[in-house]
Design a binder for this molecule. Sequence first.
Ligand code: ASP
Length: 352
Amino acid sequence: MKKFLFIILMVCISFSCNNSIDSASAEKTVLEKQSEFAIIIHGGAGTILRGNLSKKKEKAYRDKLEEAIRTGYTILKNGGTSQLAVVKTIQVMEASPLFNAGKGAVFTHEETNELDASFMDGETLNAGAVAGVKNVKSPIELAVKIMTDSEHVMLSGEGASIFAKEKGLEMVDPAYFYTERRFKSLQRIKNRAKTKLDNNDKKAAFYDSDIKNAKFGTVGCVALDKNGNIAAGTSTGGMTNKRWGRIGDAPIIGSGTYANNKTCGVSSTGWGEYFIRSQVAYDISAQMEYQKKTLKEATKDVIQNKLTKLGGTGGVVALDNKGNMSFEFNTAGMYRASMNDAGELVLKIYKE
Ligand code: ASP
């Protein structure tokens, strides 16, 4: 009888092993190369609701997102590097007043603009980042220069500007970053915060008393080139009404940006403090590396489970070394687009 039970047990074990091998190989077919090269971008997440955006504004966002992604796509298609594709794509958005990066950067409490950016190369794990610059036209270009032309990963403020000037980057008068729309939104937020403080509301957030309805307009891009190299970059003006030299997640490698050819590349947008505490971008890569999760599983767990539980809002765009791509966010919308090697464009704004 004992012998009989032992045989039954062995049959069961071998059946369940075969089953898991089967599901693993099923997964493998999903993980076959999806695209020889690919590109994915975001222009910020937040309370972006269909009714709140005029048709004209919506078209302006769509057109700019498409212009940006096609810029990177063309570079990749012609055999260019993921690094070049990421920089040129982000520069299109940095030059537009629509996004909270470069030209359209939000205002600090002191009515200045302080810009942050970061870049990571998935082949070498080299990275560059800049925080709090006020007169560099393209912070993403500076982040890359810090990576290629200095022994450092991160420079900030005045020193970063001196470095940029020495390297011949385009410098601008801080007035270049003035836009009426962002200035008005600072005044609105300041007034709201003042009313809350007058009413003795101790919870009034320092940068936005209505943070749940915030819109994060940071821009980011991740690309996979024909050589299998992944690059990721993020550029932002931070959060409206920030003060005391506040720095968010965008220039923090592992939070706002991460890239590793072994796993994936990620660019984040959202309430930066939570993205720093959650190490969002690195966590996605780590779950893929150590837990063998797919890109979709990892992005979903980090944003919908871990970040949401902590109270953070925002999202990521990510792609893996097979050209799988993922948009993941826990807000009402995220400006986003992707293109694969077949030239198929996905461009969306609202949650679907
Ligand atoms: N993550 C950025 C920050 O906290 C804001 C954004 O995504 O727009 O600085």
